[in-house]
Design a protein around this ligand. Structure first.
Ligand SMILES: Nc1ncnc2c1ncn2[C@@H]1O[C@H](COP(=O)(O)OP(=O)(O)OP(=O)(O)O)[C@@H](O)[C@H]1O
Length: 224
């Protein structure tokens, strides 16, 4: 079991405190982050894999600190897959991170085939990435993250651009992943099966618990 721990983490940009004094330990399989626009959710999510670094405090994965360790063990799926897909051919794009790891070709091929199997995406391997649908692009972006074999995957509103059908397909795949998942979402219907929900408001962690308590309490507050 892997754990991610924040020790009194704050993020300050210029004069603005974006996140303040967050201390938390996560080891659940499915964790959601909710909160209103501008509350600090994306900043919080980006801290988990070292894209964002704390101004104060420390983040540990399995007891080890440092953004290189976080980047190696925590994958990140963006809201818009166009920000993630860099190569013109699907197979090349999935292979990109593996080349950076300097894995030998046979090992790269083994991992790519396994991921395409897992997500049922073999038919897209030789396709041009710019011709894919939004749903296909989001799955290819996910494949590019999974192929790196992270322990955790953080997703920042990954279903926002998907239609109902693709959203359901994406969530089915998400449910089948063995990795721990942290997902930022405004779509509360998707979160009922999650183990834990974190509510961020004005840069602070204001609620933390199971969906059945945190989500109704968030909705009640947002009516005020
Ligand atoms: N680099 C930056 N410099 C200054 N302010 C920033 C920076 N990045 C984010 N902010 C501010 O920090 C606050 C939180 O932003 P963040 O994107 O984390 O919120 P969010 O909860 O993800 O919002 P949304 O739901 O709209 O995506 C916002 O007020 C934003 O303008």
């Amino acid at each position: 079991m892997s754990s991610l721990t924040f020790h009194d983490v704050s993020v300050v940009k210029g004069e603005a405190a974006i996140l303040s004094g967050i201390s938390i330990a996560l080891s659940e399989r499915r964790v959601a982050i909710i909160g209103r626009n501008g509350s600090g959710k994306s900043t919080f999510a980006r801290l988990f894999n070292g894209i964002e670094t704390p101004s104060r405090g420390e983040i540990h994965i399995d007891g080890v600190a440092g953004s290189r360790t976080l980047r190696r063990n925590v994958g990140f799926v963006f809201q818009n897959p166009d920000n993630q897909i860099v190569y013109p051919i699907v197979g090349e794009d999935i292979e990109f991170g593996l080349k950076n790891l300097k894995l030998p070709p046979a090992e790269r091929e083994k991992r790519i085939v396994a991921i395409l199997d897992q997500l049922s995406l073999h038919h897209l391997r030789d396709q041009m990435t710019h011709k894919l649908s939004g749903g296909e692009k989001q799955l290819i972006a996910l494949a590019g993250v999974l192929v790196m074999q992270p322990k955790w995957i953080v997703m920042d509103e990954p279903t926002t651009l998907l239609d109902h059908w693709n959203k359901n397909r994406f969530m089915r795949i998400l449910n089948s992943l063995r990795q721990n998942v942290i997902m930022v979402s405004h779509d509360h219907d998707l979160l009922s099966g999650f183990d834990r929900v974190l509510h961020i408001d004005n840069g602070k962690l204001v609620d933390d618990g199971v969906p059945a308590t945190v989500i109704p309490s968030y909705l009640k507050r947002s009516k005020c």
